[in-house]
Design a protein around this ligand. Structure first.
Ligand code: ADP
Length: 443
């Protein structure tokens, strides 16, 4: 039998109730706090999901509006993404394509083995011939039509989660344009060659009567002419010679352009070639009161193997120009050896003058065909603008190079440098003989 609750007992109960209430309040508080935290977390998750959805939408719209076909492929080569452009280029709808093997859908059966090898080595190893480059391949449309494509593959992610994005574009039109361009270029090259051949033949044909005119005028000059007739005949001879020079230039240039000019290398004496060229041009220099100086570096070899005719032609052209464009001072032909081995000597022939000079921005142009440094040149000095173009081609044909340095009003130096095999068979030549009667020399 229980005793009636005493005051003490009642107090105890009250205090227990109070602490229970306190406990409940604390726990309630905790529950509220926790639920608030939960709510916050949920809100954040929601936001993240929203952001993810938006980003996915953005990516999708980029993929869907891309001009390239974008195809997602997993490591096993299964298609997991196929955008509208892929549908259009390859003819398969997205639903048909997803889950299929990529090679079955885009590579023609006859080429599958080869192209697949490349593709697979790339897919499995993440490297290979297609890594991060655009590769041209042949693709097949759903209707069986084959066409050229350009494809590039990019890996995304790693391990089993790795996928590949293939960007593929139909390049049929570009290929056609390229082919047309190549055809047009071939036709232009053929036309240019035919033109050069025609020119070469023509100049040859025209040269024969020109030689007749010159020869006959020479004969005419030996007959008893009145001073007036002699003057006319000399003018005819001068004009005919000038015309013949132009014809020779055109003939040479056409021959080079038509690829018909072949070098005829023989053992020769370069020193002799240089001396003969100077001798030939000395009267012209003397007429203008210019000093024509030849300097052949004593240590430079002179028994060499090359085409002396063509070397003389370049040197004559450079020296002729130097005399033509110089009014006072000198023209110096300088020959030196830039470097040599037992077998070959790199010979540099330069022609320096104290003439009108060339503006720096014209340096490259003077080597172009039919180009003169100054429009007034033709009027004042004549010429065709072919000489340097021919010299450049000849220097290149001899595996050498040609160049110029100059200052307007001060003078010009043209040089050309060619490798020439040394003539080891030749007996040691006698020391250079000085027989320059009447020629002014610089020592
Ligand atoms: P051409 O002498 O028949 O005009 P070139 O091809 O030999 O043709 O020369 C092209 C141009 O280069 C010349 O017209 C001239 O303007 C310039 N040129 C060539 N050599 C010299 C030189 N030594 N000094 C100044 N100008 C030169």
């Amino acid at each position: 039998m229980s005793e009636p609750p005493g005051a003490a007992h009642l107090d105890l109960l009250k205090s227990q109730v109070a602490s229970l209430e306190e406990l409940l309040e604390v726990q309630g508080q905790t529950v509220i706090e926790q639920s608030q935290r939960l709510e916050n977390t949920l809100r954040e998750l929601q936001k993240e999901r929203e952001a993810l959805r938006e980003s996915e939408e953005r990516t999708r719209s980029i993929i869907e509006t891309a001009l390239d076909a974008v195809i997602g492929i997993d490591v096993d080569g299964i298609i997991i993404e196929w955008n509208p452009q892929a549908e259009q280029i390859l003819g398969w709808a997205r639903e048909e394509a997803l889950g299929r093997r990529v090679e079955d859908l885009i590579i023609p059966p006859r080429l599958r083995q080869d192209q697949l090898r490349d593709l697979q080595s790339y897919l499995s190893a993440g490297r290979g011939s297609m890594l991060k480059q655009r590769v041209e391949m042949t693709a097949v449309h759903r209707d069986g039509r084959e066409f050229p494509i350009e494809i590039s593959l990019c890996p995304v992610g790693s391990g089993r989660k790795k996928i590949f994005s293939a960007f593929l574009r139909d390049i049929t039109e570009r290929k056609q344009a390229e082919e047309q361009l190549a055809r047009a270029r071939d036709e232009a090259v053929t036309a240019s060659r035919l033109k050069s051949e025609f020119l070469a033949t023509m100049s040859h044909e025209v040269r024969t009567p020109m030689n007749g005119v010159i020869g006959m005028t020479e004969l005419l000059l030996t007959t008893g002419l009145t001073p007036e007739q002699k003057e006319y005949a000399e003018t005819i001879r001068g004009s005919a010679e000038a015309l013949l020079n132009i014809l020779n230039d055109i003939l040479d240039f056409s021959k080079i352009e038509a690829g018909k000019l072949v070098l005829e290398p023989i053992p020769f004496d370069l020193r002799q070639v240089v001396e003969e060229t100077a001798e030939l041009l000395a009267p012209r220099a003397r007429q203008k009161g210019l000093e024509l100086i030849v300097r052949y570096a004593p240590e430079a070899p002179w028994r060499l193997i090359g085409d002396p005719g063509r070397i003389r032609q370049v040197l004559t052209n450079l020296t002729g120009n130097a005399i033509k464009f110089t009014e006072t001072g000198h023209v110096l032909i300088d020959v030196e050896c830039e470097r040599q081995t037992e077998a070959t000597a790199q010979m540099r022939l330069s022609v320096e003058d104290t003439g009108i000079g060339i503006a720096e921005d014209k340096f490259d142009h003077v080597f172009d065909k039919f180009t003169q440094a100054d429009a007034s040149t033709t009027r004042k000095y004549g010429g065709t603008g072919l000489g340097l173009a021919i010299s450049k081609r000849l220097a290149e044909l001899m595996e050498g190079s040609i160049g110029v340095k100059s200052r307007l009003g001060e003078g010009t130096t043209f040089w050309f440098s060619i490798p020439l095999p040394r003539d080891r068979q030749a007996p040691a030549p006698p020391p250079p003989e000085v027989k320059r009667a009447g020629l002014r020399v610089l020592i």
